[in-house]
Design a protein around this ligand. Structure first.
Ligand code: SAM
Length: 215
């Protein structure tokens, strides 16, 4: 497996290198050559599942600025925060209860801006988000593709995108592959690089990885 900054593999287990020994959601932390390594399980984080299945789709740099829509209490946000150690994660979440935990996480780390807002309402939170270069969205809503398109069109600085497609949130009865095809054809401003089925870690879920088109 190719090595990426702040991601470490040991005997088939993936870890992110953390600046802090604090446990975020019950994950295992080990000490390794003076570093703290936080286990990043594919069952707990869809981005980790993608990393296990399709490791090359990895545009993150230490200085990346990530717009994260659907942050919940910060499980995956915390690992991205490890990876982009000198960058920033703008973490948008609309539900109050998970947001409280997200807020605590942001207090412990210097590179997470927590935003309590509906991700659809770019005009309400856009002023807090400065030149993101990567967008990651994990929102189980019927209009998830449209939420993603709106954000991509609002920030021209975005050049890579991950859309977690929760198929049954879009349609309960339509054939899965048909929903995936229709969702891909509805995407705007981005070229699809890969579509990964997250089985066996997450069912009914694809991650669509994209790059900005030049036009
Ligand atoms: C599957 S969870 C995200 C899990 C998280 N991405 C992780 O890996 O740690 C989806 C989250 O999206 C949030 N959500 C749903 N609709 C939203 C919206 N319109 N704007 C922002 N967040 C939303 C939900 O409250 C929920 O916390």
């Amino acid at each position: 497996m190719e090595k990426h900054l702040n991601v470490v593999q040991k005997k088939g287990t993936i870890f992110t290198v953390s600046s802090s020994p604090s446990v975020v959601y019950g994950e295992r932390i080990i000490r390794d050559s003076g570093r703290f390594l936080r286990e990043w399980k594919p069952e707990r984080s869809k981005l980790s599942a993608l990393y296990h299945k399709n490791n090359w789709a990895f545009p993150f740099r230490e200085s990346s600025r990530v717009l994260y829509l659907g942050a919940a209490s910060g499980t995956t946000v915390s690992h991205i925060s490890d990876i982009v150690s000198s960058g920033m994660v703008y973490a948008v979440e609309s539900s109050y209860d998970p947001f409280i935990k997200l807020l605590r996480l942001a207090e412990q780390r210097g590179n997470i801006i927590p935003i309590l807002e509906d991700a659809r309402m770019v005009e309400k939170y856009g002023f807090m988000v400065e030149n993101p270069d990567i967008i990651y969205q994990d929102i189980s809503q019927r209009d998830q593709v449209s939420i993603f398109n709106n954000a991509v069109s609002a920030w021209k600085s975005i050049h890579h995108g991950f859309l977690v497609l929760k198929i049954r949130s879009i349609s309960f009865s339509t054939d899965e592959e048909k929903v995936v095809r229709e969702s891909i054809s509805a995407l705007k401003g981005m070229k699809v690089v890969s579509v990964t089925d997250l089985q066996p870690f997450h069912s009914g879920t694809r991650i669509i990885y994209m790059e900005r088109t030049l036009a």
